[in-house]
Structures are given as structure tokens and as C-alpha cells.
Design a protein around this ligand. Structure first.
Ligand SMILES: Nc1nc2c(c(=O)[nH]1)N[C@H]1C(S)=C(S)[C@@H](COP(=O)(O)OP(=O)(O)OC[C@H]3O[C@@H](n4cnc5c(=O)[nH]c(N)nc54)[C@H](O)[C@@H]3O)O[C@H]1N2
Ligand SMILES: Nc1nc2c(c(=O)[nH]1)N[C@H]1C(S)=C(S)[C@@H](COP(=O)(O)OP(=O)(O)OC[C@H]3O[C@@H](n4cnc5c(=O)[nH]c(N)nc54)[C@H](O)[C@@H]3O)O[C@H]1N2
Ligand SMILES: [Mo]
Length: 754
């Protein structure tokens, strides 16, 4: 008998505290494991060397910008996982779908679905056999065209986008959707950094971050709120390490002590790898309660004002609203700030002193800030804090919302937005000779409501996993099932293919790592990172299957099939993506000479007016905004649950079952809880509980979560998404931005019955 294959990683207990720094040898081991598991060891090495290189592809992992384009390969464990899972040797073929009914596949978890490999040909759902069956591309496009043209109004169709879509595909896609006649363009941004866009646009006149990587070299202090870069933006740790080593203060606010924010051993530093050393990242680490950041930021603003260290010249010249803001701060009692933040006055004052002592400060934030009811207020308070000391439009300073998907920022720039501005539509109309719809479309929550109550009948998704990523899972599934037709352009099998409309199609597409061959030769696409750098991405692996089409080609062929009277030369445009870029240059600000500028290694930077202290708001100035506190009350047995990412997942894509830095191995249904709450509620570490959210329209429950005693503030719980998405009520979302409040779900725990 052949010997069993030895385990690649040492056998771990399910829960075992991780004492090492982030990164280090374990990051290399885990990367190697990912490559081996996907059977891409040989191809993988070559593939990885082309990640984020001038003539290579943009890593499909996160939106963190690339370092110097001429530098060597930047190692990133989770980038390796993202690439390995796209470049995998595994395939989902027609035989796979023949073997497994949709009902059978529906019993499998997200890890299983992802592990099946790349989709290989277009498939259509057949209700009689409950199976997906092969369909030709032409037949698929004409089926979608017929469904779209058969609707009573174009507003009955919904076109979702996830943030991996290239600029070229996104531009064509929004053009197609608007020529077809609707602005129903919800996207993953609606669930992600929408609150940042809403808050900053109103306040500073641009919804994007203003800093670049050079600012990270010049900052004297970097504040990081509600973000876990060790897992979600590992390349950011390199910047933080360099900053820490040159004496920049790094201050973290997070209910959990995330290892990547504490200590990092850089896999690219021989001294740290061989010498066993590491670098301390955060010089100060505060653990506010979940949702306590509005109070934290308010307290810091108060401390600045009361210490008399505001930048009066900056405030007088560039801002409005300071007097009212100052007045409110002085009137806000410290007790309220302590109660709401979960930090004591000494901690809040210490953080403020660090802020005041720095002449150049960056404030970063992630989902721990945006996915709350008061997220817009919190972000505006963080921006108030920056404005108080003129921390924008000078080297080493500014707001830095750290985006998620690798091109989520670019997709918005290209017009993937349900609320397009009249000026944008005017330019689109002039360049393409049609009358775009002016009425705003559905965002993600609006789309779910519309499909649920019958106003939305066709759902088309350019990437992503709508059925799993959205809140209120039961409601969303019902909504998708009520659709006449659901269509997914995808690389991998996921839940959204199994929770489908009466008719359903899967359209498999090329990934970033693959050669995109069109009539005009191999094509490159472009993306925009979190710091507004636009650059080229070209794949070099042969496509996973000969039947795949590129995303731009899918849009063009669908448009040609659907819009029989369009003046746009769809098929001609996709023969050579330079032609698409020429059209982008005509319509989108900042893209003049696009084809030339993007060919300079490293690409080009899109101007951010705030960098020059220009604030194109209604008043022409940056604004101070007053926001009342939440008025936090301890609420008996109701706790606040945040739903976040493990180290082994990419959003709804589950790569593995470990969360190394948090010491979890082989399981995902865990719930971190403080020793205080365990005792108070009569539970023990290891107990299995059901979690129910407490909402006006009743309870939503997920079952069988293992309680893990953890260093987390009392009243706070943490679990992974998407297992907990059924708990998020659809109407529990950010004021104005409508980002689902998936970081502050009010819940009760109950011991599981079995
Ligand atoms: N490997 C990998 N990389 C990714 C992703 C992935 O899933 N895997 N996803 C991508 C995407 S789309 C995004 S948006 C980003 C997400 O990157 P992050 O913004 O880091 O997302 P989360 O994992 O949700 O982590 C949120 C962090 O906020 C903290 N937090 C939660 N609530 C609060 C709060 O109320 N206050 C404070 N101060 N902190 C809080 C949590 O403890 C956690 O550390 O990552 C991108 N990169
Ligand atoms: N509870 C809770 N819910 C959340 C969050 C949370 O923190 N907590 N985070 C929210 C956030 S920040 C986001 S961004 C959303 C993410 O929402 P989505 O973007 O909708 O979801 P993903 O899981 O990133 O999508 C994964 C799928 O994308 C497809 N895919 C991968 N690469 C490509 C490609 O190149 N082209 C195409 N066409 N398809 C591709 C694959 O089929 C894969 O299965 O989830 C949100 N939901
Ligand atoms: Mo995101």
C-alpha cells in the first residue's frame, strides 16, 4: 500500500494561540502549501514573478499599490494564494456538472465550491434535470438579449459588478447598461468603502484617499482604524515596517490585537528571516469597543482643540464650519467619550498627544470603520481630525481609505455607479451619441429589495458572489430565486450559481494571469489602485480553457446581440483595447493620452485635488462636520458582533480553514468572546452556541458556533463572514451610504440544542 501523503503543515489543535510575528517562515510555508494544493508549483513560480511587475499582471489580491515598478518581486502570502487559486490546475468541466445536480452542490460549503477549480465553458441551467448543461456562446448571448429586450422596462434589469473587473471591461459594461437604458449598476463598493466615498466627497470634494506611497515614507505618524493589513493587505506591512524603523509612530485602533499590526518579520529581509528578528509595528495599540471609533475621533478632536494646537492658518484659508465644530467639542463631556469609545481618558489623551506631536499624519481605515450605521459620521470625524492640523495636501499626510478589491476604485472611476453625475452622463452622451437614462438606479440593497418584490427580473453579475457576499442571506436567496433570469460572469464556481433564477447562465471568463488574445493580438488591461495609480496588467499563462472569453469581449458580444440600433462599434472596440482606452480618454477626467501614459512603467497618477489643497465641494472649501455621539448603553445579554475575514479566505472565497494569526485551525464556525462575557452569561470556552440577531422584524439565527475565549472588549463578539451574513438585517446599514452594518450586528447567544 502506498504511504499516506504526509501533512504539509504540522497538525495543530483547533485553537492554539499564535506567538510568532506576522510574516516570517510561516508565510512562506503557507504560500508553498497553496501552490502545491493547486498544483501550480512550476507554473506558479514563473507566474508569481510577474505579479505587480511592469510587464506582468496586477495581483488580483488587494488594492494596495505596487512599490517601485523596477524593484524586484514583492512577496505577499495572500497574493500568492489569490494567484494560486486563479492559476490552479483544477477544472470544473461539463462532466462535473453532469455528475452533480444543483441540489447536491447546494449542500456543499464555500470551501468545496472554490476547490473545484476553474470554470471551463458556458453553462445553462436545465430545470428538468436540475443540472447545468453546456450552451454555445452565441446561444447564451441571444438568450440574454431576448430576456432583456422582453422586459417591460430596462429598469427591471440589474447589473452588478465586483471589483476585479478591469477599467476596459467596466467602461464598456456601464456603457452597455446605459445604452440599454438603466442606471441599475450596484457594485461591491456598496458593501465596502461606499461610506468613505460619501463622507469624503461631501467634506473634501473627492471620495478617494489623497496619499501615495511616498507619503508613507514621510509621515511622522500613521493611525490605523479598523483594518487588518496582516491578512488583507500584507504588502502594506512592508511600508509600515519601514516607517516604524525610521521612527514614525504607528497607532492602531482595533477591538482585536491583530498580529500584523503588532509585529512583522519581513520574508524579504534576510536579517529578519535568518536572524529570527522582527519589527514592532504599532507603537501604541488601543482596543475600543466595536463602533467606538466615532467617540475616539471626537475625543481626539476635542483634545487637539483644548490643547490649542489647531492649525489656524490652514483652517482660516481652506475650511468652513470650524466655530460650530469647536463649540460642540468643548461642550462634549469626557465621560460620554469614554463610555462610547470603551477607552479611558488617559488612553484617549495619549493617542491625542501622539497626533499633536506629529507634523505629518496619515489616517488609514478599513471595514472596521465603514460597515457601521454611523460610518459616514465616523469617517467625517476622522477627516475633521486631519483638517484640524492641516494634515492634507502636504507631504506625509492625508486620508487613506484602504480599498479592498484590486480594481474597485477604478470601476467607480469608469462609471460603475448607480448615481452617475449629470456631467458624466453628458460626456458619455456626446462621445457615444445616445441619451443615457438620468434617473438613479439601485444600489446593492435597493437591488435586493427590487428582486424580492418583483421590480427586478433579470440579474446579471460581472464577477463576485452576490448570493453570499450580501446581507440577510435568506431574503437575498429568495430574491434571486424570484428572478426570471440570473447570469454570472465568473472564474470559479460559487454559491451564486446555485441560488439562481428560473433560468440561469454561467459565463466563464479569463482571469488576470491569462493571455487575452483578440483579433489585434494579445491585449493588456488597466487597473487603478487604492492610491489612484493607473497601470497596465497583462497575463502570460495560457487560458484555463479554450472556451473562455475575456470580460470586455463578453460585454461587447452581449451588447451587439442586445442593442441592435446602437451606434457603438462594439466588436471593433474589443479587437484592440487601445480603442477602448481612446474612448475612455474622451469621457473620463484625467485620462488624456491614456494609451501613451499608461505604457510608462508604473503607469500614472490620477490627480487628487486635495493634494493641492483644492476642495471642490459646494462651498469650495473643506468642511468641518458636527456629529452627535451614539449614546452607547450596555444592553443586558445583547452583544455586538463584527463579521470579518480569516487569514485563509478572499471575501466569499474560502481557500482554507485556518486563521493562523488568530490561532484558529481547521474550523470557521467560531465566535470570539471576552472572558468577562463568558462568565457573565454563564458560558465556557469551547461551548457550541447559536447566534441570533435581534431586530425589529424578528430573529435571524445561525447555528453551531464554537465560543473562543479571546482578548476582545466586553460586549463585543467576532466571527467570520460569509457564514454570519444571514444575521445582518437588510435595513441595518450605514446612514446615507447604505453600506450593510456587518461589523455591528446586535446578537444574543444560546447554547446549541445538539
Ligand atoms: N487575503 C485577503 N485580502 C483581502 C480580502 C480578503 O478577503 N482576503 N478582501 C479584500 C476586500 S474586498 C476588502 S474591503 C479588504 C478588507 O480589509 P479589512 O478592512 O482589514 O477587513 P476585515 O477583515 O473585515 O477586517 C476589519 C478589521 O476591523 C476590525 N474592526 C471591526 N469592527 C471594528 C470597529 O468597530 N472599530 C475598529 N477600530 N475596528 C474594528 C476587525 O477587528 C478587523 O481587524 O481586504 C481586501 N483584501
Ligand atoms: N458580513 C460581511 N459581509 C460582507 C463583508 C464583510 O466584511 N462582512 N465585506 C463586504 C465587502 S468589503 C465586499 S468587497 C463584498 C465582496 O463581494 P463580491 O465581490 O461579490 O464577492 P467575492 O467573494 O470577492 O467574489 C468571488 C467570486 O468572484 C469571481 N471572480 C474572481 N475573479 C474574477 C475575475 O477576474 N472575473 C470575474 N468575472 N469573476 C471573478 C469568482 O467566481 C469568485 O467566486 O462582500 C461584502 N460582504
Ligand atoms: Mo471590499
Amino acid at each position: 500500500m502506498p504511504a499516506a501523503r504526509p501533512p504539509l503543515m504540522s497538525e495543530k489543535k483547533p485553537i492554539e494561540a499564535y506567538e510568532k510575528p506576522a510574516g516570517g517562515w510561516d508565510a512562506l510555508k503557507s504560500s508553498w502549501h497553496a501552490l502545491r494544493e493547486q498544483d501550480v508549483v512550476m507554473k506558479g513560480a514563473g507566474t508569481l514573478l510577474r505579479a505587480n511587475q511592469p510587464r506582468g499582471f496586477d495581483c488580483p489580491g488587494c488594492a494596495w499599490p505596487d512599490r517601485n515598478p523596477h524593484s524586484t518581486f514583492e512577496f505577499c502570502e495572500n497574493g500568492v494564494k489569490a494567484v494560486a487559486n486563479e492559476a490552479t490546475s483544477k477544472r470544473v468541466t461539463r462532466a462535473f456538472f453532469e455528475e452533480h445536480s444543483v441540489a447536491a452542490l447546494s449542500t456543499q460549503d464555500d470551501h468545496f465550491l472554490e476547490a473545484q477549480g476553474r470554470l471551463t465553458e458556458p453553462m445553462a441551467y436545465d430545470a428538468t434535470s436540475d443540472r447545468y448543461r453546456p450552451i454555445g456562446w452565441d446561444e447564451a448571448f441571444s438568450a440574454i438579449a431576448d430576456a432583456l429586450n422582453g422586459l417591460a422596462s430596462p429598469d427591471e434589469a440589474i447589473f452588478y459588478t465586483s471589483g476585479r473587473t478591469s477599467n476596459e471591461a467596466a467602461f464598456l459594461y456601464q456603457l452597455f447598461v446605459r445604452e440599454y437604458g438603466t442606471n441599475n449598476l450596484p457594485d461591491c463598493s456598496n458593501m465596502c468603502h461606499e461610506a468613505s466615498g460619501v463622507a469624503l466627497t461631501e467634506q473634501l470634494g473627492s471620495g478617494k484617499g489623497s496619499v501615495t506611497l511616498e507619503d508613507f515614507e514621510q509621515a511622522q505618524a500613521i493611525f490605523i482604524f479598523g483594518q487588518n493589513p496582516g491578512t488583507n493587505h500584507p504588502r502594506m506591512l512592508g511600508e509600515l515596517r519601514n516607517a516604524a524603523r525610521r521612527g514614525c509612530r504607528i497607532v492602531a485602533f482595533n477591538p482585536l490585537r491583530e498580529r500584523g499590526l503588532e509585529r512583522f518579520a519581513d520574508p524579504q529581509s534576510p536579517a529578519e528571516m535568518l536572524g529570527g528578528g522582527s519589527t514592532r509595528i504599532a507603537s501604541e495599540y488601543y482596543q475600543p469597543r466595536i463602533g467606538g471609533d466615532l467617540a475616539v475621533a471626537t475625543a481626539m478632536c476635542k483634545a487637539v482643540v483644548e490643547s490649542g494646537t489647531v492649525d489656524h492658518a490652514f483652517i482660516a484659508r481652506y475650511t468652513h464650519g470650524f466655530e460650530a465644530f469647536e463649540h460642540t467639542l468643548r461642550a462634549t463631556p469626557w465621560e460620554a467619550l469614554e463610555r462610547d469609545s470603551g477607552l479611558d481618558r488617559a488612553q484617549l489623551e495619549q493617542a491625542s498627544r501622539t497626533y499633536i506631536a506629529s507634523d505629518a499624519t496619515i489616517v488609514c481605515w478599513g471595514m472596521g470603520i465603514t460597515q457601521h450605521a454611523r460610518s459616514v459620521a465616523t469617517i467625517q470625524m476622522l477627516a475633521n481630525l486631519l483638517l484640524l492640523r492641516g494634515n492634507i495636501g502636504k507631504p506625509g499626510a492625508g486620508p487613506c481609505p484602504v480599498r479592498g478589491h484590486s480594481n474597485v476604485q477604478g470601476d467607480r472611476t469608469m462609471g460603475i455607479y448607480e448615481q452617475p453625475s449629470p456631467a458624466f452622463l453628458d460626456r458619455l452622451s456626446a462621445a457615444f451619441d445616445f441619451a443615457p437614462p438620468r434617473e438613479h438606479g439601485y444600489d446593492t440593497i435597493g437591488a435586493i429589495e427590487a428582486m424580492h418584490d418583483g421590480r427586478g427580473k433579470v440579474f446579471f453579475a460581472m464577477g463576485g458572489n452576490f448570493a453570499a457576499a450580501t446581507p440577510d442571506t435568506a431574503r437575498v436567496h429568495e430574491a434571486l430565486r424570484r428572478c426570471e433570469l440570473t447570469v454570472h460572469v465568473s472564474t470559479k464556481l460559487n454559491r451564486s450559481h446555485l441560488v439562481h433564477g428560473k433560468r440561469a447562465l454561467i459565463l466563464p471568463c479569463l482571469g488576470r494571469t491569462e493571455i487575452d488574445l483578440q483579433a489585434g493580438g494579445p491585449q493588456a488591461v488597466t487597473v487603478e489602485d487604492s492610491m489612484s495609480m493607473v497601470h497596465l496588467s497583462s497575463g502570460m499563462n495560457p487560458p484555463a480553457s479554450e472556451h473562455l472569453l475575456s470580460e470586455p469581449a463578453i460585454v461587447a458580444r452581449l451588447a451587439a446581440a442586445t442593442l441592435t440600433r446602437s451606434h457603438t462599434p462594439w466588436l471593433w472596440l474589443v479587437e484592440d483595447y487601445d480603442r477602448i482606452r481612446e474612448r475612455i480618454a474622451q469621457v473620463i477626467d484625467g485620462f488624456a493620452d491614456f494609451n501613451t501614459r499608461v505604457r510608462v512603467p508604473g503607469g500614472f497618477h490620477l490627480r487628487h485635488p486635495g493634494r493641492e489643497r483644492e476642495f471642490p465641494t459646494a462651498s469650495g472649501k473643506a468642511g468641518f462636520f458636527v456629529h452627535a455621539l451614539d449614546g452607547h448603553r450596555a444592553d443586558g445579554d445583547v452583544l455586538r458582533l463584527m463579521t470579518m475575514r480569516s487569514h485563509d479566505q478572499y471575501n466569499t472565497t474560502v481557500y482554507g480553514l485556518d486563521d493562523r494569526y488568530r490561532g484558529v485551525h481547521g474550523l470557521r464556525r467560531v465566535c470570539f468572546i471576552s472572558p468577562h462575557d463568558l462568565q457573565r452569561l454563564g458560558f465556557h470556552d469551547g461551548d457550541i452556541v447559536d447566534i441570533s440577531s435581534v431586530w425589529s422584524d424578528g430573529e435571524r439565527t445561525v447555528e453551531g458556533f464554537r465560543l473562543v475565549e479571546y482578548d476582545i472588549p466586553p460586549g463585543c463578539l467576532a466571527s467570520y463572514f460569509p457564514e454570519t451574513n444571514p444575521l445582518v438585517p437588510l435595513d441595518h446599514h450605514a446612514e446615507r451610504a447604505r453600506t450593510p452594518a456587518s461589523k455591528s450586528i446586535p446578537v444574543r447567544l444560546r447554547r446549541s440544542a445538539s
